[in-house]
Design a protein around this ligand. Sequence first.
Ligand code: TRP
Length: 382
Amino acid sequence: MNRENTNQTSDEFVVTPWEVRGKVDYEKLMEQFGTEPIDQPLLERIEKHTGELHFMLRRGTFFTHRDMNFILDEWEKGNKYHLYTGRGPSEQIHIGHLVPWVFTKWLQDKFNVKFIFQLTDDEKFVFYEDLDLDDTHSYAIENALDVIALGFDHKKTEIIIDTDNAKTFYRIALPIAKKITFSTVKSSFGFDNSTNIGSIFYTSIQAVPAVLESVRQGKNVPCLIPHAIDQDPHFRLARDVLPRLGYYKPASIQCSFLPALGGPQGKMSASDPTQTVYVTDTPQTVKKKITKYAFSGGQMSVAEHRKKGGNPDIDVSFQWLKILFEPNDKKLDKLEEDYRNGDLLTGELKAILIDKINNFLENHRAEREKARDRLDQYLIQD
Ligand code: TRP
């Protein structure tokens, strides 16, 4: 399979673990996937335990889930869950990847729970023709630095690199793989007879971190997976299979995608440098990309903008501030209002975003360099 392979889920948009294309209708996706909306009672239930709601919950970036109430039921009985998320290391990190990780950090801080992060260098090797195992392994190391840079406490956080941790993983993956048929993965992932058998096996590996703690502790430990919604097919399958092996179904909480620079459609692709900002981009590059490529909801001329105002709902700079870079509701509301009524120009909005991103990245780059010496504190040793 190459990076262009598709699996159409609807006429207008496609969301699979390998591809997101078109203008995603998240309501429809919830229906297709069969996940639950995060409604007011659930938000209140979460807030009861966290004392406040993260802005990604308040603003609906995390909008859907499976079994959050189970996680909270168990929590209230004193049964701690653990967190799990991951990354397929095919590229350097762009800021869209940070959305679920920033949220996971918040959950870890609020609930004081263990977090397992999986780097699937095996996955990216078997799925992408143009990557060899050395490439995906070195991206795994580089991507691990970005996770650590977000401030996860090494006493509560473990990072797995699949090819380095095969000894731990293989024994757990095999019984899972034994319960999954070729026909199931074909229909779940759109595979056919030409799909390589590494890809067919892979989903069993992505299920392992969801039960790793249960295996280690010798009793069932609930698992909560914060992730972008495109990964749901893997976990739908895991939820089907794991109870048949005596484990709990993993729960999940799922977010939408940070829009690509060129327009609020789909998720940004790490392989198109004009559509995204990498965590390693220099301040000049960030400025150039936002100025040149960020889709504007503003009017053609200043005079017209002052008169008619802009549309923050389709303005990518505003959306990036809303989703990731402006946690303060008051400040965000003011920007929205000023933009809508024409007091704030697109150029001014972009300047605010450029500043926010560059401040964030300056700190992030320093932290990820410091993380090089601390990698061993996080990596699981087989
Ligand atoms: N398959 C994911 C990707 O391609 C990587 C991954 C592994 C993952 N485990 C996960 C993502 C758990 C989210 C949650 O990026």
